[in-house]
Unconditional design. Structure first.
Length: 302
């Protein structure tokens, strides 16, 4: 269970409080504020605070005094223009602060996104919970034979059972020793900052993560993508739903130009022009490598 009853009632109490404010409010985001959305077996993601909405992006782009909105269509058009032309700073005017609970091996991928502010739960100060990520059977995949960084079909039968047993048993044994090392009656107990080092990378950690919208979209572009590892992708996908409600125009533009769009090299663009003229273009006469051609074909076929 991602939240204990005490944690849930603390969140509910915070959610029940409302205050009048002069600040910009995104109705879509208000609906998400504080709610912990479950991810994986013990994780979650929840919005703790946010700043700005779609209008904050256009307001900054126009450097306007007030709301700066001429019309809703104008705002959407401007946001699409900004996204299309990589005019990114207006998107940095919106910010979000998240509370994320995630396995340590996912946190290692997440933390590579340097353009955010992070504060992680201290395992020097506090005792970690006995919570480990154990993949659901359908996500217990074999090593891909075509991609060293990917997965193949799910393991089955006796092999799947054995792997799951190892994952559970190893985690429990490591945690038993962790508990034993930090405190046994009548013993001094090893420092928490040392005892934690025998815990496996599937143990859960938590952090507050604050990021602006531009860098959040960059994170989502990379981590909600099919090439990202499943365990981080599910967090990114949950965040995509939240962002879609927070800044609907910006999210739509992001879907069109970044997630659903493709960047073509000058050579690839030249091939498209030749194809439109009716020429038969193949990998051999395209000037592209096999890998480039594969990706080019995939982008065209969709
Ligand atoms: C599918 C996938 C596979 C990956 N595999 C590996 C791997 O095998 N090994 C590995 O180590 N990493 C790997 N990564 C991580 C990847 O290389 C990036 O570190 C990560 O995606 C963060 O991207 P970023 O640097 O653009 O983001 P951020 O750190 O958020 O930075 C955003 C942008 O800010 C700028 N920026 C930030 N900091 C600096 C700086 N110090 N100097 C200059 N510009 C800066 C850059 O323009 C950058 O694009 C992988 C990522 C993905 C999505």
């Amino acid at each position: 269970m991602p939240l204990s009853p005490e944690q849930q009632s603390e969140i509910d109490a915070q959610r029940a409080e409302t205050r009048p404010t002069r600040r910009v409010v995104s109705e879509g985001m208000e609906g998400h504020l504080y709610t912990a959305y479950p991810v994986l077996d013990h994780g979650f993601v929840r919005v703790v605070d946010y700043m700005g909405d779609d209008a904050a992006i256009t307001q900054a782009a126009r450097v306007s005094y007030g709301k700066g909105t001429k019309s809703v269509q104008n705002d959407e058009g401007l946001i699409r223009y900004l996204m299309r032309h990589w005019h990114s700073t207006p998107f940095e005017m919106c910010e979000v602060k998240l509370h994320v609970k995630l396995p340590v091996f996912v946190a290692r991928q997440w933390i590579r996104h340097r353009t955010a502010n992070v504060n992680e739960y201290s395992a020097r100060y506090s005792i970690l919970d006995r919570e480990f990520y154990i993949p659901a059977p359908e996500h217990l995949a074999a090593q891909s034979v075509v991609n060293n960084q990917g997965r193949g079909e799910a393991l089955e039968g006796e092999e799947a059972e054995r792997v799951l047993r190892y994952l559970r048993d190893d985690a429990m044994r490591a945690y038993d020793h962790y508990e034993e090392m930090i405190g046994q009656d009548g013993q001094q107990g090893l420092a928490r900052e040392l005892a934690r080092m025998n815990l496996p990378a599937n143990i859960y950690t938590q952090w507050y993560w604050k990021v602006d919208l531009h860098n959040l979209l960059h994170f989502l572009r990379l981590r909600a993508d099919a090439h990202a590892q499943y365990e981080i992708r599910v967090y990114a996908e949950e965040l995509c739903k939240i962002v879609a409600d927070w800044v609907p125009f910006a999210y739509k533009a992001f879907e069109d130009y970044r997630m659903g769009g493709a960047t073509l090299s000058s050579g690839a663009l030249d091939c498209v022009r030749r194809m439109i003229k009716g020429e038969e273009v193949t990998q051999e006469n395209s000037g592209m490598s096999k890998g480039e051609w594969r990706e080019f074909e995939a982008a065209l076929k969709g």
